[in-house]
Design a protein around this ligand. Sequence first.
Ligand SMILES: [Zn+2]
Length: 442
Amino acid sequence: MNASTGSKSLADQVARLCYSHFDNLPKKGKPLQGREWTIVAAFVQRTAKKVNSNLSLKVVSMGTGSKCVGQSKLSHDGDLLNDSHAEILARRGFLRYLYHHMEMAASGKESDIFVVDPKTRKFTQKEEISFLFFSSHTPCGDASIIVKEPMKTESGCTEEVLQPTNGSISHRDEEPPLKLPRLEIQDVHRTGAKCVEGGPQDLKHPGIDHHIVGALRTKPGRGDQTLSMSCSDKLAKWNILGIQGSLLMNFLSKPVYVSHIIIGKCHFSQSVMERALITRFESAVNQIQNTKFMQHKPEISQSQLNFRFGKQIDDENCQVQPCPSSIIWCACPVKQLEVAVEGRKQGVTKKTQNQSSCHLDICKKNLFKKFLFLLSKFQVDDLPMHLKERRTDIQTMTYNQVKRLCTDYVQMWEKVRINILPTWTTKPTALTEFTVSLAANS
Ligand SMILES: [Zn+2]
């Protein structure tokens, strides 16, 4: 897992590819240079070509953003994005990309990424294909709790980072607080993500004891706490259950995992990333994993290339604001690009927000439609057995019921929740009781 020279050059290659892909997108939804910042995340497809063993890389989905909707605003119809962090939007775009390739393969056309297993009728990822995940920034939550580099004084000595005092601070070694030089490390970079209620809580002491590490966290919202788990927690979950989620798992022989996680230039720690995304759950996962769902340990590395719209390290106290809009892009033949604000398509008003043409293609409701549409593309005899039996019922099922169709995914997720992620938030069931009709899709 350690970054080797090879993975460093791969990291730069992937970062360069993603930044240039972003630069080539239209201006709509991008941050205002010098006034706003954002995060960009992407899924990159890597094809190992058999001839000359060359590798080819292409961006297949991209998302930007750093906002999240509070729990009081959640929608009952699956038409609103709760979580607009770049990583999550890039994943939703990636799901559309997978649907597109499954639709092609189900219609008898050649797909670049899937072949059909003749026995189970499920899709298998081609051997030469792998997927890499890129983000310009360390994911929020546990991976962002990084010990600060001690500040250097002019003489080159190490100086402690000054902390606000409130009269109750006791220094760990009881030395006078501001004497130079000091080698002790005093503070950590902080995350806005809060520990989930019912689990261990931050100590909120000054300095390095502000946060605890390894805890599950939810994202901050605007004045209203969210029910969305931090990106560190979601990425850690994807490493166990796959990126594809429960709906797409119905059609797959194995989950889709990422082989590499690459972060752009920002506050970053290799060991903290590995703790947050892999090792904090490793021994518990070992007890419950099976041949299908096994914790995947992607190679984690950092590029030294900077995202020019990113939050700059020396910007921290400046007046640069997070960009309110998000861009979602995926390598599909139609509707490649969408711009979202507060979880809805940009420009949608209260009056138009219920019209289906005003819903983002990556919202729950539309991804559910994609699932039903994919199902309709199969000849009945070509469907995996468990879907063949229930094909007619599925058309009238709620989103929640369809999410429970893939029993091996559901069983594994239940085991993970009970044994590893007991405080993972649940959204009220009423938010997933919606149905969709394919007729309205046309
Ligand atoms: Zn995040």
